[in-house]
Design a protein around this ligand. Structure first.
Ligand SMILES: Nc1nc2c(c(=O)[nH]1)N[C@H]1C(S)=C(S)[C@@H](COP(=O)(O)OP(=O)(O)OC[C@H]3O[C@@H](n4cnc5c(=O)[nH]c(N)nc54)[C@H](O)[C@@H]3O)O[C@H]1N2
Ligand SMILES: Nc1nc2c(c(=O)[nH]1)N[C@H]1C(S)=C(S)[C@@H](COP(=O)(O)OP(=O)(O)OC[C@H]3O[C@@H](n4cnc5c(=O)[nH]c(N)nc54)[C@H](O)[C@@H]3O)O[C@H]1N2
Ligand code: SF4
Ligand SMILES: [Mo]
Length: 741
C-alpha cells in the first residue's frame, strides 16, 4: 500500500556512505524508476548503479517478508509471536545449559545502513548481556578506532580528508572509484578528485593495484601489500631529516613528537624501500610533496586496516597529517561537525580505560575496545570446552562469506544449538539459523544516515520517510532489537513491556546530553528511533535544544525539506575533540609503539613470492547485493586478477582456472590477466561464493563465484587491534586442470 498520494518520492539511498538522493517514481504499488535527485542538497544528482536498484531490492521475491522458523531442513513462515517464543525457548535453553558466557553476537556492516537497527544495537547488547561480541569492525576499521582512541581519546573521532579544499589528496588503500568513499562521506569522491586537479592540485594513490581511482590520479605508487607502516615511517623520517616538521596551530596540543622523531630516525627510506617494493626516492618525494603543498589530505582506508600492520599504518596516517600541519585544518584532515551527533547520546568508551577489555577463550587473543576478533570467531564456536559459543545472534551480517576462516565459520554455524538471525535474506549464513527475524525493506522504513554523517565535512541532513507500509502486523526493527535483547537477557517474551524499555533507553540518552527526559518525551511521545534522531538533532550544534535555542533545527525542520538541508562546513575544533587524560593529542602512544618490534622482524624475513589482496566492485555491496539481477548482468566478475609476468610464469592464460592455496584453504578461480597490479600480487573480490546448499538467493546462486575468505587465515591478526588480515595473504598458485568456459 502506498502511503503517499503523489507518485514521486524523494529519499536517500542507504547502501553506502555516498548518501545519494534519489527520486523514486511508483505506479500501481510498484517502483517504476529510481533516478538521481538533482535537487538533493548533498548529492546534487550523483548516483551509482546500486542506488537505482532500490526498487529491485524492495521487490526481490527472495527478500524475507515474514519471520522464518527452521525445523530440521525445512523452513516455514511464522508469526512474530511464534518466532519470538521460539527464540525464547532456544536462547533460554542455551543459558540454562551453558550459562550466558556461551552466547555470542556477530554484528554486520548493514547495521550501519539500517537506521532503526543501528540505533538499537547498543541497547540490544546491553539487554542481552552478551559479552562475546564479534563484528565486521574487526575485519574493517578497528585499527583506526584504536589509533583514535589512544591519540584523541575517542575512537569515533576519526579525522576525514577535506578533499574539496585541499591542494594534495593522497589515498592509501582506498578505492573510492568502487567503494564511493569510506569513513569519508563525500557526495562524489571521483568528481572531487577531478575538481582538485582542475584547480591545480594533485592526487596520489598508494595501492598494490592501479585502481580506478589511481587511473584518475596524477600518480600511482604500487606498494607491496602490508608494508604501508614501513613506508609511512620512511615518510616521517624524511620529514624530520629534512626539517620539514611543522605542527602549526597544533603545537600546544601535541605530545610525543620527540618520541616519533627518535623512532623514525631508524627508518630512512633506503632501509625500507625494498620491503615496500618502492624506490626510496619515491618515498622521499612524497614526503616533500606533502610538506610543500599549501595543504594536504592524507587518507588511509580498508587496505591499510585489514592488513598485517593495520594499527601502525592507520596511526601513521594521522601522524603524518599532524607533523605537516595538516590535522584539524581546512584542506587537511578535519573532524566533522555533524548535525545529529548520535554518538554523543551514549557514554563514550572512557579515555582513561584500558583498551584491552579481556582475552578470548581459545587463543587468549586480546579483546580490544570490547570486540572479540572476527579471526577468532570460528575457533570459539568449534573448539570444545567451557565457554564455547553455543548460542549466536547475527544482525545484518554474513560471516560465512565475510569473516576470515570462512569455511570453519560455516562449520561452526552449522553446529550451534541456537542461532537467531536478524536479516532480510536466507543466505550462506542465515541458512544455519533456527529463526530469522527479518527487518522491513529499505523502502518500508524511515532513513537517516547516522553512520555516514559523522564522516562528512559538510554538515546537514536529509530525512527519508517510508514509501511503503510494511506487511500488516509487522514488528518494527527497533522493537525486534529490544525484544530480542530482553529475551536473550533472560526475560520471557510475554512479560516484556516494550514501551517501558524504550522509554528507559530514551531517558538515559536525554540525561547523557543534559535534557530533561520529561521535556523530550512531551515533544515526542512515540517510541522508536525517530525521537532519538530528533533528540540528536536538537542537541547537536545547530539544534533548538527543545526551545532553549530559538531558530535552531529539529527533525520536523528536516522532514519539511525532501531534498535535505545543508547547515555548514567543518571548521578546526581540536579543543572540542581531544579528550585524552593528558588533554593532549598523544602522537606516540606506547600501546602502538609496542608493535614496532613486530614490524622490525617482518623487515628481516624473506618475502612470499605471491600475496593475495581483496577488491570491491561498484555493482555490489560486500556479500549481499548479488541477488539484484540488473547488477549481475554483464561479465562474470569473480576473477583472480594476476599480473602478465606471473601468468606467464605459471603458463596461465586469460580465463584459465587457477588454484589458489593459502595456509587456510584452497579455491579455484578464473584468471583475469592485467598489468594493473604490482607483480607478485593477485586479487580476488570479496563477498562471493553463493553456491551454499539451502541458501535461497536465486540470482546470486546463478553467479556464485568463490568465497575469497576461505583463504583468509583466522590466525592472522593485526596484533594491537585484533583486526583480521585479509590483505597480503601469502598464497601459492598453480594452473588448475580444466579451463573456464
Ligand atoms: N577478504 C575480505 N573480507 C572482508 C573485507 C575485505 O575487504 N576483504 N571487508 C570487510 C568489511 S570492511 C566488512 S564491513 C565486512 C562486511 O561483511 P558483513 O558485515 O558480514 O556484511 P555483508 O557481507 O555485506 O552482509 C550483510 C548482511 O546483511 C543483510 N542485510 C542486507 N540488508 C539488510 C537490511 O536492510 N536489514 C537487515 N537486517 N539485514 C540486511 C544481508 O542479507 C547480509 O546477510 O566484510 C569484511 N570482509
Ligand atoms: N560498491 C561497493 N562499495 C562499498 C563496499 C562494497 O562492497 N561495494 N563496501 C563498503 C565497505 S563495508 C567498506 S569498509 C568500504 C571500503 O572502502 P575502500 O577502502 O575504498 O575499499 P576498496 O575498494 O576495497 O579499496 C581498498 C584498496 O586497498 C588496496 N589494498 C589492499 N591491500 C593493501 C595494502 O596492504 N596497502 C595499500 N596501500 N593498499 C592495499 C586494494 O588493492 C584496494 O584497492 O567500501 C564501502 N563501499
Ligand atoms: S550505493 Fe552509495 S554511491 Fe551508490 S547510489 Fe547508493 S549511496 Fe550513492
Ligand atoms: Mo566495511
Amino acid at each position: 500500500m502506498t502511503l503517499l498520494t503523489t507518485d514521486k518520492h524523494y529519499r536517500v539511498c542507504p547502501f553506502c556512505e555516498g548518501m545519494c538522493g534519489v527520486e523514486i517514481t511508483t505506479e500501481a504499488g510498484r517502483v517504476k524508476s529510481v533516478r538521481p535527485d538533482r535537487d538533493n542538497v548533498w548529492s546534487r544528482g550523483h548516483v551509482c548503479p546500486k542506488g537505482t536498484t532500490l526498487g529491485e531490492v524492495h521487490h526481490d521475491p527472495d527478500r524475507l517478508r515474514s519471520p522464518m522458523i527452521r525445523e530440521g531442513n525445512q523452513w516455514r513462515k511464522a508469526t512474530w509471536d511464534e518466532a519470538f517464543e521460539r527464540c525464547e525457548t532456544l536462547l533460554h535453553g542455551v543459558r540454562e545449559r551453558h550459562g550466558p558466557e556461551a552466547m555470542a553476537a556477530y554484528l554486520g556492516n548493514m547495521i550501519a545502513k539500517c537506521f532503526g537497527v543501528n540505533r538499537y544495537t547498543g541497547e540490544f547488547l546491553k539487554q542481552a548481556g552478551i559479552a562475546n561480541i564479534f563484528s565486521s569492525s574487526t575485519v574493517d576499521q578497528q585499527p583506526k578506532n584504536l589509533a583514535c582512541q589512544l591519540m584523541y581519546g575517542d575512537m569515533w573521532r576519526i579525522p576525514i580528508p577535506d578533499l574539496d579544499r585541499t591542494d594534495l589528496m593522497v589515498i592509501f588503500g582506498g578505492n573510492p572509484a568502487a567503494s564511493k568513499g569510506s569513513i569519508f562521506s563525500h557526495p562524489n569522491v571521483m568528481q572531487g578528485i577531478a575538481d582538485l586537479r582542475k584547480r591545480g592540485g594533485r592526487a596520489i594513490v598508494v595501492d598494490p593495484r592501479r585502481t580506478g581511482t589511481a587511473k584518475k590520479a596524477d600518480q600511482w605508487i604500487g606498494i607491496r601489500p602490508g608494508t604501508d607502516a614501513a613506508f609511512l615511517l620512511g615518510v616521517v623520517h624524511t620529514l624530520f631529516d629534512e626539517k620539514r616538521v611543522r605542527l602549526g596551530h597544533l603545537e600546544p596540543w601535541v605530545e610525543g613528537a620527540a618520541a616519533i622523531e627518535a623512532l623514525a630516525a631508524d627508518y630512512p627510506p633506503e632501509k625500507i624501500a625494498e620491503f615496500c617494493g618502492v624506490e626510496p626516492g619515491v618515498i622521499r618525494t612524497l614526503a616533500r610533496d606533502i610538506s610543500e603543498a599549501p595543504s594536504a589530505a592524507v587518507y588511509g582506508r580498508i587496505g591499510l586496516c585489514n592488513q598485517e600492520f593495520g594499527t601502525l599504518a592507520s596511526w601513521l596516517i594521522d601522524v603524518v597529517a599532524a607533523l605537516t600541519g595538516n590535522l584539524d585544518r581546512e584542506g587537511g584532515l578535519m573532524w566533522s561537525r555533524e548535525a545529529a551527533p548520535h554518538l554523543k547520546l551514549s557514554p563514550p568508551y572512557p579515555s582513561d580505560a584500558p583498551v584491552i577489555t579481556g582475552y578470548t577463550r581459545v587463543r587468549g587473543a586480546p579483546k580490544v575496545l570490547g570486540q572479540s576478533p572476527a579471526g577468532c570467531f570460528a575457533e570459539e564456536m568449534n573448539e570444545p570446552g567451557e565457554g564455547r559459543i553455543r548460542g549466536l545472534v547475527t544482525v545484518a551480517a554474513n560471516p560465512a562469506l565475510s569473516a576470515p576462516s570462512a569455511g570453519a565459520v560455516a562449520d561452526g554455524l552449522a553446529d550451534l544449538e541456537c542461532m537467531i538471525s536478524v536479516d532480510i535474506y536466507l543466505n550462506e549464513t542465515t541458512r544455519h539459523a533456527h529463526v530469522i527475524l527479518p527487518t522491513a525493506s529499505v523502502l518500508e522504513q524511515p532513513h537517516w544516515d547516522s553512520w555516514a554523517w559523522p564522516f562528512a565535512l559538510k554538515s546537514g541532513g536529509h530525512y527519508s520517510p517510508p514509501l511503503y507500509e510494511p506487511p500488516a502486523g509487522w514488528c518494527p526493527d527497533w522493537e525486534v532489537m529490544l525484544r530480542l535483547g530482553a529475551i536473550c537477557g533472560g526475560a520471557r517474551n510475554r512479560d516484556i513491556d516494550i514501551a517501558a524499555l524504550d522509554d528507559d533507553y530514551f531517558a538515559g540518552m536525554c540525561r547523557q546530553v543534559g535534557i530533561d527526559p520529561a521535556v523530550a518525551m512531551d515533544h515526542a511521545p512515540d517510541p522508536g528511533p525517530e525521537r532519538i534522531l530528533d533528540l540528536a538533532i536538537r542537541t547537536g550544534p545547530y539544534g533548538d535544544r527543545y526551545g532553549e535555542n530559538p531558530g535552531g533545527v529539529n527533525l520536523a525542520t528536516f522532514k519539511a525539506e525532501p531534498h535535505g538541508i545543508m547547515l555548514g562546513e567543518a571548521r578546526p575544533c581540536v579543543e572540542e575533540v581531544v579528550t585524552t587524560p593528558s588533554g593532549k593529542i598523544e602522537l606516540a602512544p606506547d600501546f602502538i609503539l609496542n608493535d614496532i618490534p613486530r614490524l622490525e622482524k617482518a623487515l628481516a624475513r624473506p618475502q612470499p613470492e605471491t600475496v593475495l589482496v581483496s577488491r570491491r566492485q561498484l555493482s555490489s555491496m560486500n556479500s549481499w547485493m548479488h541477488n539484484v539481477d540488473t547488477l549481475m548482468r554483464g561479465r562474470h566478475r569473480c576473477t583472480l586478477q594476476i599480473h602478465p609476468a606471473d601468468a606467464a610464469r605459471l603458463g596461465v592464460e586469460e580465463g584459465d582456472l587457477v588454484r589458489i592455496a593459502s595456509s587456510e584453504n584452497a579455491v579455484v578461480a578464473p584468471a583475469e590477466i592485467t598489468g594493473d597490479l604490482v607483480p607478485g600480487v593477485v586479487c580476488l573480490p570479496h563477498g562471493w561464493g553463493h553456491d551454499a546448499e539451502g541458501a535461497e538467493m536465486q540470482v546470486a546462486r546463478a553467479h556464485a563465484g568463490i568465497n575469497s575468505n576461505r583463504l583468509s587465515p583466522g590466525s592472522a591478526l593485526d596484533v594491537p587491534s585484533g583486526n583480521a588480515v585479509v590483505n597480503g595473504i601469502p598464497v601459492a598458485l598453480e594452473k588448475a586442470a580444466e579451463s573456464a568456459a
